[in-house]
Design a protein around this ligand. Sequence first.
Ligand SMILES: [Zn+2]
Length: 178
Amino acid sequence: MTVNIHGKEYKTVAERLAEFKKDLGELPFEIITEVQLIGDCALAKTTIRHAVKGSSGFLKAATGHAFEKFGSTTINKTSHIEVAETSAVGRALAFLGYAGTEIASADEVAQAISQQGGTAPAQAGTFGQDIECPAVCAACGLKDLDKSVVDFSNRTFGRTLCRKCQDIVRNDKAGKRG
Ligand SMILES: [Zn+2]
């Protein structure tokens, strides 16, 4: 089952994982997530490898990345490491084909919308005063964002998003109003 958000089909990470395990059956697999802490940021990298029927060894593999900043959303005040981990697993599963029509999971989109829908963004300067998070889009993983884009996004959305993902969040908000 997918979650329909403004005409796009998103699956939760739990659904992706359940389908993946069901499809594999007895075939061996491994899901390895490494979390790196850089200042207030948790960077998660998940690698999934699995066997293919009729062959030995892990023949198929995919990688997913995600990062979350401590305090950037309500949930990130307690669980930014877990959120990054879940997103990275969901993205790796999406690259193996376990997505709806979208790479971002329903969990990620719901978090972005709830953040936008009323909870106050983290106070500027409260977290990460000295160490900046890497300029990576928290939703799609796009790297090397301009500082102006990062500053604007953190101020407006409470998290780092590229221009494209900012539009997605903005459109979701506009749709809610209409
Ligand atoms: Zn993005």
